[in-house]
Design a protein. Structure first.
Length: 174
């Protein structure tokens, strides 16, 4: 399994193919439906986003509070298609990758190809296991959204596989 740091992701993206397994380390943001809606409203109003979207990786997750000396509680992926209406705009702003579960729309795949972006899949139902690969979690925006607030996580060898590569090949089309 390939170990990858977020800081190297843009450089190695052309070598990754749908189905490849990786262990991702580095800074990743969480954001779900409500946070995505706010981000798009901000962009439509000409406002800056509360974090740098260029080269960002967003994990579709709503983690629970920390417990058992871990940085975070359960942190499993949310169904990605719920963000499909927002995703092309964020990809066009430079977002590098998304992490979630399930198939994506053709509009998202087209935006991925257009922007050289990746879609990673995490294993659903394994939120407690995922939490063991997160070293820190800090709320950075939309604190009023509770578990849907945007958090900055530090991944440490977080297990993922490439759901859709930068060429538009998807594990869901095989």
């Amino acid at each position: 399994m390939l170990e990858v740091n977020v800081s190297e992701l843009r450089k190695i993206a052309p070598t990754l193919r749908a189905g490849d397994k990786i262990l991702l380390s580095g800074k990743v943001y969480t954001a779900r439906d409500a946070a995505h809606a706010r981000m798009i409203r901000s962009l439509e109003n000409g406002e800056e986003l509360p974090f740098q979207i260029k080269d960002a990786v967003i994990y579709y997750a709503g983690p629970t509070p920390e417990k058992n000396s871990l940085a975070i509680g359960s942190c499993g992926p949310t169904t990605s298609s719920r963000m499909d209406v927002y995703t092309p705009r964020l990809l066009d702003c430079g977002m590098l990758a998304m992490i979630g579960k399930g198939e994506r729309s053709s509009e998202v795949t087209e935006a991925q190809v257009r922007n050289g972006a990746l879609y990673f899949c995490a294993i659903g139902g394994a939120g407690a296991v995922a939490a063991a690969h997160i070293r820190s979690a800090v709320t950075v925006a939309y604190d009023d959204l509770g578990c849907e607030a945007v958090r900055l996580l530090e991944f440490d060898k977080f297990p993922l596989f490439v759901g859709t590569d930068i060429y538009g090949e998807s594990i869901y089309k095989r």
